[in-house]
Ligand binder design. Sequence first.
Ligand code: MN
Length: 215
Amino acid sequence: MNDYYPFINTPLPYACDALEPFIDEKTMHLHHDRHLQTYIDNLNRFLEENPALQEYSLEELLILWRRLPCHLQAPLRNNAGGVYNHRFYFDGMRSAPSPAGTDSPLTRAMARQFGSPENFRSQFREAALSVFGSGYAWLVSDNGQLRIVTSSNQNTPVLNFRTLILNIDVWEHAYYLKHYNLRAAYIDDWFRVVNWAEAENRFSSGRHRESSPLF
Ligand code: MN
């Protein structure tokens, strides 16, 4: 992972056509190589102009933007968020089927919180559908409690939750070529390519970090 300036567009962890037929090759190509690249280029340009911020990691930048002068806040929030959110989204998918474990810590937490995997799925789907305009739906953990939250544009829940488990990008560029305006169909297809092993890792490692300050 490339977490410090200068940021580079690390390759997808799978081929662009690996998520077919659920998410199409052209969408993945444009999404990673153009949309994410633009956020990376803009973030690098911003940090080039603000060298005092170059020592911070991507995650630290997502925390400290609020302490900066007003005119620096939006460009940093939008571009650092765009890099972080997209990497998190791409890494949260995989081509090979990755069923949720039946007796893993995350599965047990989901059963406690939502009653069943189906209930989780239906609540997450509703949340992703409810994002007005562009943004993301997230599965996060707060003191061991799972929660489903949404964010607008390239905002992230990093400020409020130490453990982020999954996100779905519901900007139209994530699905319009294949699913047109049918966000619900895209969400259902996204569920077919969720990387549950990665979600488990994020849940477990995040739980260990929750009690320590970020910096
Ligand atoms: Mn996107």
